[in-house]
Design a binder for this molecule. Structure first.
Ligand code: FPP
Length: 254
């Protein structure tokens, strides 16, 4: 018999109960947080209001992920392609980590959550980098959920960067070409400290990878949820995990 993890919520009419198998909670969940702009548009609000509300959802989902026993949560906050957005919107998104950490860092510490990032930090404004570095320092000893923000991140750019790192090691005679394999290559990726995600969630009904973790998601289960990111919540996360638990993962075998 599986040990059941009961999670009762009353946020819907009636009472929704998710019976999740506590033995099969994904260790690493990655999320493409999509739909902020559409959420704002539906309300005749500027797009940035959608991003603000999206930041609030990050808080809710992070807390729920910690409660469920997920060990790593990677959130796609800003892609290498998002620089083509209007400058005002870019400035707003770049300030979100500052706002998020100003208001939420004490709770992250209290909940034993560790903050990490992947992406090209050198391309970010100084205030953003400072806020993130502070959060990393102050949560470095935490042993619960690791919350990983993908900022200025792109999967192809990451692979090109990694190829260069590996080539430099070969040039310096620190690595033999014969020793380049999936494991040693993976050890040079930005995600080398984390296991590959078992589950990818994308919100807003879109079904694309958008250059997110293209190496790491090779064998992950994809769950697409129709909710716009600002409307996503703990219950929706439970529902996605319930779908994950109904899948059979075969990794190319039978
Ligand atoms: C995609 O929605 C969302 C983004 C590009 C930004 C995501 C950022 C957040 C959710 C906030 C992150 C919070 C922290 C703390 C870093 P979209 O704008 O593409 O929406 P649309 O497809 O409806 O236009």
């Amino acid at each position: 018999m599986f040990k059941k993890l009961r999670n009762k919520k009353k946020s819907q009419p009636g009472e929704l109960t998710y019976d999740l198998n506590a033995q099969n909670i994904p260790k690493h969940v990655a999320i493409i947080m999509d739909g902020n702009g559409r959420w704002a548009k539906q309300r005749n609000l500027p797009r940035v209001k959608g991003h603000y509300q999206g930041m609030q959802t990050v808080k809710t989902v992070t807390k729920e992920a910690g409660k469920l026993g997920i060990k790593y949560l990677t959130l796609y906050a800003f892609s290498t392609e998002n620089w083509s957005r209007p400058q005002d919107e870019i400035n707003y998104i770049m300030n979100l980590p500052v706002n998020f950490l100003n208001t939420f860092l004490p709770e992250l510490i209290e909940n034993n959550i560790k903050v990490e990032t992947i992406g090209f930090m050198q391309g970010l404004p100084e205030s953003t980098v400072e806020a993130i570095e502070k959060a990393k320092r102050e949560t470095a000893q935490n042993t619960g959920l690791t919350l990983i923000f993908a900022i200025n991140y792109g999967g192809r750019a990451e692979i090109v960067h990694t190829v260069k790192e590996v080539c430099k090691k070969v040039q310096a005679n620190e690595l033999n070409i014969e020793d380049i394999n999936e494991t040693s290559f993976g050890d040079h990726l930005m995600t080398s400290r984390f296991p590959d995600p078992e589950l990818l969630i994308r919100t807003s009904g879109e079904e694309r990878l958008s250059n997110f973790l293209i190496w790491q998601l090779s064998y992950s289960e994809f769950v697409f949820n129709d909710k716009l990111w600002p409307d996503f919540d703990g219950e929706a996360l439970n529902a996605c995990i319930k779908i994950y638990q109904s899948r059979q993962r075969r990794f190319g075998g039978l």
